[in-house]
Unconditional design. Structure first.
Length: 140
C-alpha cells in the first residue's frame, strides 16, 4: 500500500476514474485542466492510495483564516465503490492528517453534502466534529 501525491499528468489522469464517481459532471480533459489550474491558484493537490490499483483519492489544499490559523481542507475524498469498508479511506484520511500536521496546520476541515450520511459517520468516527453550517448562494 503506497500513498502518493499526484504530480504528473499521468498520475492526475490515473485518479480520474475514482474522482468521477463523486464528480460525475467532469470529463477527463476538464479534470486535468481544473486540477492544474487549481494547483497553481490555490495549492490544490491530489493524493492517492495505491494497493494493486488506486483505491482511494483525495483533493486537498492548505490555507489560513484569521480566526483559526493555518488549516488543510479536504475538498473531496473518495474510496472506490468496490473497495469500501476495507480501510483504504481511513488510511488515506490518517495520512492526510499527518501531512497537515507536518505542514504546520492547526486543523483539518472539510465540507460534506447534507445527504452524505455514510460519509458523516466516517468523519465522526475519525474524530471530526460538526462545528459550523455552510451556506451558499448560486450566481446565475
Amino acid at each position: 500500500m503506497i500513498i502518493s501525491l499526484a504530480k504528473t499528468e499521468k498520475e492526475i489522469s490515473d485518479c480520474f476514474n475514482l474522482i468521477s464517481q463523486l464528480r460525475q459532471h467532469l470529463t477527463l480533459a476538464d479534470f486535468i485542466h481544473k486540477v492544474k489550474k487549481m494547483s497553481e491558484s490555490t495549492g490544490y493537490e491530489l493524493v492517492y492510495l495505491n494497493d494493486d490499483g488506486i483505491k482511494a483519492v483525495a483533493g486537498i489544499r492548505m490555507s489560513e483564516w484569521l480566526h483559526s490559523g493555518r488549516y488543510l481542507e479536504i475538498e473531496e475524498l473518495i474510496t472506490d465503490q468496490s473497495a469500501r469498508s476495507k480501510g483504504y479511506g481511513g488510511t488515506l484520511f490518517d495520512w492526510i492528517f499527518c501531512y497537515a500536521k507536518d505542514n504546520s496546520c492547526k486543523q483539518v476541515k472539510l465540507v460534506s453534502g447534507v445527504s452524505r450520511e455514510n460519509a458523516h459517520r466516517f468523519y465522526l468516527n475519525k474524530g471530526m466534529v460538526f462545528e459550523a453550517k455552510y451556506f451558499s448562494l448560486n450566481i446565475d
